[in-house]
Write a protein that binds this ligand. Structure first.
Ligand code: 5GP
Ligand code: ZN
Length: 107
């Protein structure tokens, strides 16, 4: 889908720093952070949302969680939130599967 912003970032049509990348996912800084540290773990494949997951997407979801863990370790986070907004009613604005990694609040 060539109108999708995350597909454009995935395809490098829009330059963006990848904090982490493997064959299924990449991680970017959120452009409008809602926490001191806010990254987005994004699937390379265009999948609309958790609602649209199929059995063959299990590896992607697994790799998203492990990418989040890896980025959290890289930035020394001892605790954080992982959030999927699912569908319009769940607050999802960009219709391309992504996981929010939020943290860095003072204790
Ligand atoms: P959603 O509400 O769909 O779960 O979250 C979308 C997130 O993407 C928001 O937190 C928003 O700030 C972020 N975002 C929107 N456009 C861009 C962009 O062009 N680049 C980056 N890095 N983040 C974006
Ligand atoms: Zn997309």
């Amino acid at each position: 889908m060539d109108t999708c912003i995350f597909c454009k970032i995935a395809n490098k049509e829009i330059p963006s720093e990848f904090i982490f990348e493997d064959d299924k996912v990449f991680v970017i800084k959120d452009i409008n952070p809602k926490a001191p540290i806010h990254y987005l773990i994004v699937s390379k494949e265009h999948i609309q949302s958790i609602i649209h997951l199929e059995d063959n997407h299990q590896e992607i979801i697994s790799k998203m969680i492990f990418a989040a863990k890896s980025v959290a370790e890289k930035f020394g986070l001892k605790g954080y939130k992982l959030v999927f907004n699912v569908g319009k009613e769940g607050g999802q604005v960009i219709d391309h599967l992504h996981l929010h990694l939020l943290g860095g609040w003072p204790r």
